[in-house]
Design a binder for this molecule. Structure first.
Ligand code: ADP
Ligand code: MG
Length: 613
C-alpha cells in the first residue's frame, strides 16, 4: 500500500447513534461489510451503508465514551473466521474472540472488557501434523494436505483453501508444528505461495463445494417424538418455535448431547447471560456417550448474551455457520444449533430502527426474509471440493436447528412465520403441553417434517425388528398419526357425552392415544435412561403399543370389553419402558412382547370358558 492509499484508509467519526457510528474520510475506498477499527478503543465494526459523503458502521461493542473525531482505520476486509486446529472445545464470542481466555486475562471482570484483541486460535500450542501428500503432485482447493489429531475423537484434515491450486513444491515432515508454521508450498506458474494450518474465510460468503445432494440419512436424535413423527435428515433444516419456558433450550441441548452428528456448533444468541452460563456449565460436565470423553471435545460454542451489543448477534450466527461449513468440508456431519434466532431478528429490527429504514411487519426490516434464508440455505449435504488425490468418496453435511421465541407464543408473528418458509421441519412447542408437564412439548398436530419420504428407505432398512408384525418405520408413523388424529377428532364429543359413552372401538383409540402420549411421546430429558432412546428401542416400544392396539381390536370384536383390556398387567410395564429399560437391555423388551401375547391369550381363554359356562 503506498502513502496516498494509506491516507484513504483512515477516517474520523462524524456522528454516533447507539451502536452505529458515522464516518467521514474513507468513502472512496470502502466496501460494504468491510471491517473498520476505532483505533483509540480497539473496537471493531462493520460497514453497513456507504454514501458519497459518509459511511455508516455498526460496532460490535458498545460505544460508550467514544467521541466525535476519533480516528478509525479501514481494515479492508470483511469479518472472517480463523479456521484451523484448536477450534474444537473453544468458546467464542460473536467475533471469534476466545471468551475463556478473555475471562482469564481479566479475572475479576464480571463482564467482558471492551476492545480486547486476542487470536482466535492459540499461537503457542503445537499440533502433531502428518503429511498425506508427496511433493510434485498437483493440488486443488479442498484437497487434503495432511492431518492433525485435533481431539482424541476428531481428526482435523488440513485442506487446501478453496480458491488455490498449484504444484506441491514442499511439504513438511511428520512432526509438531504451530498453526503459524509453514506446512507446505504451492507453485502456480511463476508464483510460489507458502501455507500454514490457518485458513481465513469471510463469514457472509458460504464456502464452496462441488455439489449439493439430496439428504437421505436421518439425524438420529434419541428423542422419540422427533425420530418417529417429525424426523430431520442430516443436512436438513428445522425451526423450534415456542414461548418462554416451553423447552427450546432443553431440546437444543439434548440434541447437542445425543444426536449422531460428528461435530456440534452451539450458538447461544442473545439469551440471558445466566442461561448461557448454565449452558456452558452443562456442556463442560457432559461425557460424550460415543467416546466416553468430554463432549466439549467435539463442540464449538459461540456465546453472545443479551448484555452484549446487539450488532454482534448477527456476527455470531454467521461466524458459527462458517466454522460449521469448514468441518463439513472435511467430510463430517455437523449439526449447528442456534438459540435463539429471534434475538438475532430483534437486533436487525433495532439497527434498522436506528437507520430509520422503512419498517415492514411489526417493525422488522423488509430484508428479514432474505437474512433468514441466507442462514438456513447454508444447510445441506455436499460433495466437498477437491479430494482428487484420494479415492474415498467424501460427503459432508450441515444440519441447522434454530429456535424461535415468538412473543407470547404467537406463531403468526413475522419471525416465526418467515422462518417457516425456509425450513423443512417445524417443531411447534406448545405452552399448554409444557404447563401440563408434557415434555418435550412438541404439539403433534401443529408440528411437521418434510423429511420422512427422504429418509424412509434408510429407516426401513435399519429396522429389522419383529418382521412377522409387518410394520416398518413408515407404517408405525402412519398408524400413530392416525390414532392421534382420531383422538383429536373425538375430543369434543368426548367432552360432551363422556368417554364411557363412546362406542368401544373409539374408547380403544382414546386408550391407545393415551398410551402413546404417556409411554412414548413424553420423555424426560433429565432421566439417565429416558434421555436417549436408540433406534432399536424406539421401534420396540412403538411396535409393542401398536401390537397391543391390533390385538385389542381383535378382542373387542370377539366380545371382550374394553375395561378388561385396560386392566392388563402389561400396560403399566409398557408405560415405564422409557425410563426403566436401558438401550442395551433390549432383551427385556423382547420379553415384554412375549408377556403381552401371553396375557392376551389368557384373556381370550378365560373369556371363552366363561362364555362356555
Ligand atoms: N424434555 C424435557 N424433560 C424434562 N423437563 C423439561 C424438558 N423440556 C423442558 N423441560 C422443563 O422446562 C423448563 C424450561 O425449558 P427451557 O428449555 O429453558 O425453555 P425455553 O428455552 O423454551 O425458554 C426446563 O428448565 C425444564 O424444567
Ligand atoms: Mg431458552
Amino acid at each position: 500500500m503506498n502513502e496516498s492509499q494509506k491516507d484513504n484508509q483512515t477516517g474520523y467519526i462524524s456522528a454516533i447513534n447507539g451502536s452505529l457510528i458515522e464516518i467521514k474520510g474513507i468513502e472512496q475506498n470502502i466496501r460494504l461489510h468491510d471491517l473498520v477499527k476505532i483505533t483509540t478503543h480497539n473496537i471493531l465494526g462493520e460497514v453497513i451503508q456507504i454514501y458519497s459523503n459518509k459511511t455508516i458502521v455498526q460496532c460490535y461493542e458498545n460505544t460508550n465514551n467514544i467521541r466525535l473525531n476519533e480516528k478509525i482505520i479501514n481494515l479492508g476486509e470483511p469479518l472472517s473466521m480463523e479456521l484451523g486446529p484448536g477450534l474444537l472445545s473453544s468458546i467464542y464470542d460473536g467475533i471469534q474472540r476466545p471468551l475463556e481466555r478473555i475471562l482469564e486475562q481479566f479475572e475479576n471482570a464480571s463482564f467482558l472488557k471492551r476492545g480486547v484483541e486476542l487470536p482466535s486460535l492459540s499461537r503457542t500450542k503445537k499440533w502433531h501434523f502428518m503429511p498425506l501428500l508427496e511433493p510434485d503432485i498437483n493440488v486443488n482447493g479442498g484437497d487434503i494436505i495432511g492431518v492433525v489429531q485435533e481431539t482424541p475423537s476428531i481428526k482435523h484434515y488440513i485442506l487446501a483453501p478453496p480458491m488455490v491450486s498449484g504444484i506441491l513444491t514442499y511439504i513438511v515432515e511428520e512432526g509438531d508444528y504451530l498453526i503459524i508454521d509453514e506446512i507446505y508450498r504451492l507453485k502456480n506458474k511463476n508464483e510460489e505461495n507458502s501455507f500454514n494450518m490457518i485458513q481465513r474465510w469471510s463469514v457472509t460468503k458460504s464456502r464452496p463445494f462441488k455439489k449439493k445432494i439430496r439428504p437421505v440419512e436421518p439425524l438420529i436424535t434419541g428423542t422419540r417424538i422427533i425420530d418417529l413423527l417429525f424426523p430431520i435428515a442430516k443436512g436438513g433444516t428445522v425451526a423450534i418455535p415456542g414461548g418462554f419456558g416451553t423447552g427450546k433450550t432443553v431440546i437444543q441441548q439434548s440434541l447437542a448431547k445425543w444426536c449422531d452428528a460428528d461435530i456440534i456448533i452451539f450458538i447461544g444468541c442473545g439469551e440471558r447471560g445466566n442461561e448461557i452460563a448454565d449452558t456452558l456449565k452443562e456442556f463442560s460436565k457432559i461425557i460424550d456417550p460415543k467416546t466416553n470423553r468430554p463432549l466439549l471435545e467435539r463442540v464449538v460454542i459461540i456465546a453472545n448474551t443479551s448484555n452484549m451489543p446487539v450488532s454482534a448477534r448477527e456476527a455470531s450466527i454467521f461466524s458459527g455457520i462458517t466454522i460449521a461449513e469448514y468441518y463439513r468440508d472435511m467430510g463430517y456431519n455437523v449439526a449447528l444449533m442456534a438459540d435463539s434466532t429471534s434475538r438475532w431478528a430483534e437486533s436487525l429490527r433495532e439497527i434498522s430502527g436506528l437507520l430509520e429504514e422503512m419498517p415492514a411487519e411489526e417493525g422488522y426490516p423488509a430484508y428479514l426474509p432474505s437474512k433468514l434464508s441466507s442462514f438456513y440455505e447454508r444447510a445441506g449435504v455436499v460433495y466437498p471440493l477437491g479430494r482428487n488425490n484420494s479415492n474415498k468418496e467424501c460427503i459432508g453435511s450441515l444440519t441447522i436447528i434454530g429456535s424461535v421465541s415468538p412473543p407470547s407464543g404467537d406463531f403468526s408473528e413475522p419471525v416465526t412465520a418467515t422462518t417457516k418458509r425456509f425450513v423443512q421441519a417445524f417443531w411447534a412447542l406448545d405452552a399448554r403441553l409444557a404447563y401440563a408437564k408434557h415434555y418435550p412439548a412438541l404439539n403433534w398436530l401443529d408440528s411437521y417434517s418434510n423429511y420422512p419420504e427422504y429418509i424412509s428407505d434408510w429407516c426401513n432398512k435399519r429396522d429389522t425388528l419383529w418382521p412377522e408384525l409387518n410394520l416398518d418405520w413408515f407404517d408405525c408413523r402412519n398408524q400413530v398419526n392416525e390414532i392421534l388424529s382420531i383422538e383429536n377428532d373425538l375430543k369434543n364429543l368426548t367432552q360432551l357425552i363422556g368417554e364411557e359413552n363412546l362406542p368401544e372401538d373409539q374408547q380403544l383409540i382414546l386408550f391407545c392415544a393415551k398410551l402413546i402420549k404417556e409411554g412414548f411421546l413424553i420423555q424426560n430429558a433429565f432421566d439417565d435412561i429416558d434421555n436417549y432412546t436408540d433406534f432399536k428401542k424406539l421401534m420396540g416400544l412403538i411396535k409393542l403399543i401398536l401390537l397391543l392396539h391390533k390385538k385389542a381390536k381383535e378382542l373387542l370384536s370377539q366380545g371382550i370389553i374394553i375395561e378388561e383390556i385396560k386392566d392388563l398387567k402389561i400396560i403399566n410395564e409398557i408405560l415405564r419402558i422409557g425410563n426403566s429399560i436401558p438401550n442395551n437391555e433390549f432383551y427385556k423388551i423382547e420379553k415384554l412382547k412375549e408377556k403381552l401375547l401371553d396375557e392376551i391369550n389368557e384373556l381370550k381363554i378365560s373369556y371363552s370358558t366363561m362364555k362356555g359356562k
